[in-house]
Each structure stands twice: as C-alpha cells, then as structure tokens.
Design a binder for this molecule. Structure first.
Ligand code: ADP
Ligand code: BMX
Ligand code: ZN
Length: 289
C-alpha cells in the first residue's frame, strides 16, 4: 500500500503516492486557487485527492502556513488568501477516512533533506525560496516545530528594517525581499507584471534590472544563512523551492556568502529531493510517528 502525500504551496498543490519501498508514482499538480478561501481550498483538495485515495492507506501532508494541532493558519495571509483556522486534518479525514499526518511544508522538506544526510550531519537548516520563504531547523537530529508550530519560519526574520511591508505585518522580512512574490513585486518598467520565472529568464538574457532584483534576493538569503550559522552552528544549509532551485541562484547565494566572516560561512547545498522535498518529508515524518 501507499501513503498519499500532498504538498500545499502558495502557488501549486502537488500530490503523489509513495510506497513502503519508496516508489513515487502518480505525481499530479494543480494551481493553488488564487483566493484560497476555505471553499476554494476544499475544492482543490477534493480534486487532487479523489483520483488517488483508493490506492492509499494513510495521508501525509506538507502545507504552507502554520500547522498546529492539524489546523492551518497563514502567517503571511497574502500567500494563502488570508486562511485562518482551516481544519485541514479534519477535512482530510472526512475526504479519505484515512489516518493523516501534517507538517508545515518547509519543516517537512527539512526533515526529508536531513534524513538524506543523517549519516554525516546532525545540525542543519533548510530554506525554501518559493512563493514565500520558508524554513526549518534540525538540531542534534531533532526537527524544531515549536509548541505552536511556528519554529523555523525563517522567512519572517528581519532582513532590512527599512524594507517593504511583509504580508505578516512586519516591515523588511526576508520573505518581503527575497521570495518569488517579492521578486515579482519589485519589477518595474519592462519587467512590470512578470512573475519570478519570467524575471529569471530576463536575468539569463542579461537584463540589468532582473540581475539587480535577483542578486538582492540572493544577498538577503546569504545574510539569513549567516544568521542561521550564528544561531545554530549548522553543518550545512540546504536550499529548495522553485526560486532556490532556479539555474544560477545557489551560485549567487554562495558568492554572496564569501563576503561574510569565515566563521559564519557554511556549505550551501541544493535540495536532494528537488521540488518533491515536501512530499518525501511528510511521508518520512508520518512513518516516524
Ligand atoms: P510553492 O510556493 O507553491 O511551493 P514553488 O516552489 O514552485 O511553489 O514557488 C513558486 C514561485 O517560484 C513563484 O514565484 C514562481 O514564479 C517561481 N518559479 C517557478 N518556476 C521558476 C523557475 N523555473 N525559475 C525561477 N522561478 C520560478
Ligand atoms: C510563508 C508561510 C510559511 C511557509 C513559507 C513557504 C504562509 C501561508 N506561509 O512564509 O508557513 O512555509 O511561506 O511557503 O503563511 P511556500 O508557499 O512558498 O511554499
Ligand atoms: Zn513577514
């Protein structure tokens, strides 16, 4: 039998079946509803779960937002239509009748990436640069979740007190400068209205504005990595998410890292599970419970 793994992000919802012997099949993906109202999210979950549920005996979910006691609340409501107190676990059980395990998306991806490296490291952090900027921290082999599920929300640490307002209500969060949404929001003139993917394409064609926005994002992430090193003495920091995995991005973060004091430098690696780190992590987490 399989676990039905679901990853709910601010841009896309993906799902797959993952068997006991780690075969991933039936990978599907839909766009996260723009408003993500409770009704819209419910409909999206029905659409993604219905074709797969008959082949599963459990459900593992990685979701953007704060997950506490199976309830989902956005920290940055701009990224998920202002969802509050969405009873995700209850709804999944209602839709499948199967046991369900839930984790924040970046915490789940952190758990997957740690498990891949657990023979050689004990302390690491993961950063997803995606719709938002998510994170997770492992110390001595333990994933930090926190009593309220907030631990590791690294995207809402301060990058620039004079920076733009973040959807969480704070000014100058890492997420408000470095995320895919923030990259798009900074674009003007010939790049106005383009998404982060298109801005990366312009960057690779030599567009100076795209270069400056993407370098600002990468510099901000490099500063965050140095903060993580100073706080946790991590053995490495792993990057994921569609911006984090975009061609050339990690090299920019690594280059910015060389400007940091040597003691605060740390190896920056690309996610082994690529775009599926959340799916794998949620399943590994469910098995470990
Ligand atoms: P989610 O946040 O739903 O997990 P992603 O990790 O795909 O989804 O992140 C979505 C963000 O990544 C969007 O801002 C999108 O424009 C950007 N993006 C998607 N594909 C690429 C790409 N190939 N290169 C750069 N940015 C990308
Ligand atoms: C936001 C926050 C985090 C999430 C991160 C990455 C919400 C809805 N999400 O900081 O919980 O881990 O984005 O999420 O408040 P993604 O949607 O970019 O994958
Ligand atoms: Zn914030």
């Amino acid at each position: 039998m399989n676990t039905l793994a679901i990853d709910i992000g601010g841009t896309k919802i993906s799902a797959a079946l993952i068997s006991r012997d780690n075969q991933l099949t039936q990978h599907t993906q839909i766009t996260t509803p723009a408003s993500a109202s409770p009704t819209q999210l419910y409909k999206a979950l029905v659409a993604i779960i219905t074709p797969l549920k008959a082949h599963a005996d459990s459900v593992a979910v990685a979701s953007t937002g704060i997950i506490c006691n199976g309830i989902l609340t956005a920290l940055n409501p701009d990224n998920l239509g202002g969802l509050r107190d969405f009873p995700l676990k209850e709804i999944l059980f209602e839709l499948t009748g199967l046991p369900c395990w839930l984790l924040n998306d970046a915490q789940a991806a952190t758990w997957a990436e740690y498990n891949y490296r657990r023979e050689t490291i004990s302390d690491m952090a993961f950063i997803t640069v995606s719709t938002g900027v998510g994170g997770g921290v492992i110390q001595q082999g333990q994933l930090f979740i926190g009593k309220r599920g907030i631990a590791g929300h690294l995207g809402h640490t301060l990058a620039d007190p004079h920076g733009p307002r973040c959807g969480c209500g704070r000014y100058g969060c890492v997420e408000a400068i470095a995320s895919g949404r923030a990259i798009a929001a900074q674009a003007t003139n010939e790049l106005a209205g383009k998404d982060a993917k298109a801005i990366f394409a312009a960057f690779h064609q030599g567009n100076p504005q795209a270069k400056s926005i993407i370098e600002r994002s990468a510099n901000t992430i490099a500063n965050l990595v140095a903060d993580i090193k100073a706080t946790t003495d991590a053995d490495c920091v792993v990057l994921g998410g569609s911006v984090g995995l975009a061609k050339g991005y990690i090299a920019l973060v690594q280059a910015a890292m060389t400007q940091q004091p040597l003691t605060l430098q740390v190896p920056i690696l690309s996610a082994h599970y690529h775009h599926d780190a959340g799916l794998w992590g949620s399943v590994f987490w469910a098995r470990a419970q």
